[in-house]
Design a protein around this ligand. Structure first.
Ligand code: NAD
Length: 535
């Protein structure tokens, strides 16, 4: 049996006057006018606890979109039991049945659910229409469709069978439940982490980010509409540290599929390590974490392309992409022109409520992020830095931080090293002729290794950067911004402090959710124990 071939979901433009814009605007108005009740979903049943927190709009934080019911240890224990109850049937279901659920989900998302999931992402996570479209609609459709193809490529990988025997690999789902812990910044990742493990036959407990509760709620409804059986994915909400800790304490934990910050993932790894004697299996730990992603310009770079990469790569979705460019290295010879371009463009970047389609940026996700950006900008007003553009902050209505360009004299400055996860980019100008030293700087300055790009027209410079920066980025770009990886085209993930580099949306990731069994069947077994040489 062959499922439909995967393809990248075409990105809609939402230009003025188009039917897609009208339809999305209508859905935005409807969803902004209601306050939905957001239950957990355990064993296929809605679970309300009465203990709630609000889901708000980051760009209008007094506006409540939903009331989220949260659980504690008891709900987490129920979710684990529900996943375990569903496991025997789901793990032995034919792959066609599992694939059909997620392929149907992809088509629902591309069609009748598109506006709802996009609008939830815009309102709840402050993405513009374009940023929601490439994430919540297109990338998630791509994950759902391409993963089916990757699953079959894994299944096709079979050992040699010489005459007289049939050797085969049985790609068993893991023996236990998978815990998916997902970040706020990509609805596609929130959907992919539980569904990729489930596609491979696992049952899952899913704990989404508290600041993406609205889109998680609609994704869960959509998966159920696609026919996902009860208990295969169980959605829980609540205090992250205690809920995750109670799942990690269960001896049936078979894997953790995590995306989020480095600190949290290290905490999860540590807890698993400390409890290693308790588990039935060694839990698979897959984590995609933080980044301090670079753009390195060579003297031969084209400045307009470089400036555009910085503007888009650093400021789209308010710099809240793990892949966002947040440190830039430029030779002195190019600096006057680049400085002028950024100085001209940045103040004009439109920012505001994402329902106004003329905006390029919305607000940062929450008060904590707002304060982190504000503190960094304050720091940059001190010695050793210059705030070249932006720097304004305003939390009166939403958590707004103007796109900000900082220049750091010291190549080891904190703002060139630490992830800020906001619309703040720091530039270091290096001496002409110092490209090789700049390459070394890029490699050693930050503990991360997620994404990065080199801008140059000189082939030797490109070759040098590509070779020397081999471990500095898991996704390396040449004359392109370091964001915007597409499923099936640039498998995504990095190493060092950026994660386990299992490449989301690829067969390398899916191999982590199976435990292969090798089977040998002998057709005509020997019936004599003595060997011929003994004759
Ligand atoms: P986060 O680490 O704050 O949260 C991620 C998830 O972990 C959420 O579900 C959260 O509720 C949970 N969590 C928070 N504290 C926890 C704790 N103490 N114990 C257990 N779980 C806990 O991250 P975020 O703010 O949602 O996302 C931003 C981070 O994610 C950035 O560092 C970014 O670089 C990273 N990220 C990485 C990738 C990638 O592919 N490498 C993709 C997206 C985001």
């Amino acid at each position: 049996m062959k499922p439909p071939a995967p393809y990248n979901e075409p990105v809609r433009g939402y230009a003025p006057g188009t039917p897609e814009r009208e339809s999305l605007s209508r859905r935005l108005d409807q969803m902004a006018a209601e306050v939905v009740e957001i239950p957990m979903v355990i064993g296929g049943e809605d679970r309300r606890t009465g203990s709630t927190f609000p889901a708000v709009m980051p760009h209008d934080h007094a506006h409540v979109l939903g009331t989220v019911h949260q659980g504690g240890e008891a709900e987490m224990a129920d979710a684990v039991e529900a996943a375990e109850r569903a496991r025997p049937e789901w793990s032995s279901a034919p792959w066609e049945d599992r694939a059909a659920v997620f392929l149907r989900a992809a088509d629902l998302l591309a069609g009748s659910w598109r506006d709802t999931v996009n609008a939830a992402t815009m309102l709840g996570q402050s993405k513009t229409a374009q940023q929601a479209e490439i994430d919540a609609a297109c990338e998630l459709c791509d994950f759902l469709r391409f993963n089916v193809d990757y699953m079959l490529r894994i299944y096709e990988e079979q050992p040699l069978s010489p005459p007289g025997a049939w050797n085969r690999m049985d790609y068993r789902p893991l023996e236990g439940f998978v815990l998916a812990v997902t970040p706020f910044n990509f609805t596609s990742i929130a959907g992919n982490l539980p569904s990729s493990a489930a596609l491979m036959g696992n049952t899952v407990v899913w704990k989404p980010s508290q600041t993406a509760a609205l889109s998680a709620h609609h994704l869960m409804r959509m998966l159920r509409a696609a026919g996902l059986p009860d208990g295969v994915i169980n959605l829980v909400q609540g205090d992250p540290a205690s809920m995750v800790a109670s799942a990690l304490a269960d001896h049936r934990l078979a894997g953790v599929h995590f995306t989020g910050s480095t600190t949290v993932f290290r905490g999860i790894w540590r807890q698993v390590g400390e409890q290693i004697d308790r588990y039935r299996n060694y839990p698979r730990l897959v984590g995609e974490t933080g980044g301090k992603d670079f753009i390195l310009a060579h003297a031969s770079a084209e400045v307009p392309a470089l400036a555009t990469a910085i503007l888009r790569g650093s400021f789209e979705y308010q710099g809240q992409k793990c892949s966002a460019a947040s440190r830039v290295y430029v030779p002195r010879s190019l600096w006057p022109e680049l400085r002028e371009r950024l100085g001209d463009e940045v103040p004009g970047i439109a920012m505001g409520d994402v329902r106004d389609f003329s905006n390029f940026m919305g607000a940062v996700i929450d008060r904590r992020s707002f304060e982190r950006q504000r503190a960094a900008i304050e720091e940059a007003r001190g010695d050793g830095y210059e705030v070249l553009a932006g720097g304004g902050t305003d939390d009166s209505r939403g958590w707004f931080v103007r796109p900000t360009v900082i220049v750091a004299q010291d190549p080891d400055a904190r703002l060139l090293r630490d992830e800020l996860f906001g619309p703040v980019v720091t530039i270091h100008v290096y001496a002409d002729g110092g490209f090789e030293d700049a390459v070394e700087l890029v490699d050693r300055t930050s503990p991360y290794g997620l994404t990065g790009g080199v801008f140059a027209t000189d082939r030797e410079a490109i070759r040098l950067a590509e070779n020397r920066l081999r471990y500095s980025a898991g996704n390396f770009y040449i004359n392109d911004k370091p964001t915007g990886a597409v499923v099936g085209q640039q498998p995504f993930g990095g190493a060092r402090a950026s994660g386990t580099d299992d490449k989301a949306g690829s067969l390398w990731n899916l191999t982590r959710w199976v435990s292969p069994r090798a089977i040998k069947e002998t057709f005509d077994p020997p019936r004599e124990y003595r060997h011929p040489y003994q004759g």
